[in-house]
Design a protein. Sequence first.
Length: 313
Amino acid sequence: MTMISKKLCEQAVPTPRHSSLARRLRSFPLTAIRPGCASTLLWHGAALFVAMIFLLPLVWMTIASLQPVGLPPARALTWFPAGVAWSNYAEIFRVIPLAHQLGNSLLVSTVGAGVTLLTASWAGFAMAQMPPRVQRWLVGLALLLLLVPANAVWLPRYVLFARLGLIDTYVALTAASLMGTKSLFVLMYYWSFRRVSVELFESAWLDGASAWTGWRRLSLPLAAPTTLAVLVLAFSHYWSDFVDPLLFLKTAARFTVAVGLRALQQMDVTRWPLLLAAVVVMIAPVMLLYIGLQVWLRDEPDFARRVLRRAFD
């Protein structure tokens, strides 16, 4: 029995390879696994799930736009059971003047977004420099304006533009940019400028800097992320606007792409792949703008600040 026990003990002794592995495992601290690792993985998983919810309609739309013309819209996500019809994207440019309408939308969106950046940042900078009591009143007014429905101002705006002779012009489409387009954009700049140190502005005032210099050299470069966010939101607002071109434009040559899609929508239901192909073309510029800004911000975090400094120097 003694010899058997001795042999069993010798077999239980780990080999050098196993002993080194055991020592590593014993020396590995349990605290090396961060307590927040599980919560981080859960958060990223939830974010990926939400992203997939928003991406699924885009995937379905892209696939449906490549279905052959003549088939009814698919009720579920199908993977090209009848082949891929790349000719749909060429056909939409023949059916309607889509290229001309894309140019009109690009002009309106570029002007509207550019003017919005100036006026919204000016208003937000002015609000941030006012006394706290006035700031609270202005923030309340801006929030109140957000509650006003858009259709409540259609008739007053039409009467005003008709008196000024702006009907059937692009000025009527971009006039809202003179007031920041939306009070939300003004509030975004206001909240960003409030985070700038007051001592920084006071030192600039003591050095003889004007309000224009404070906005151009101090506030705007420090609010570069807000500027990029407002740029994407304002551009997408004017790009996808359907009601204003429908109300204020009378000449078909001035129609934007949002109005042009209405002609495709009125076609037979079996030509829905053409409509979805036009929708893909319509949302492509906004998606490219967003993805491009994301890449620039990731690779060059100071890219926007350098651009803003050079633009106003």
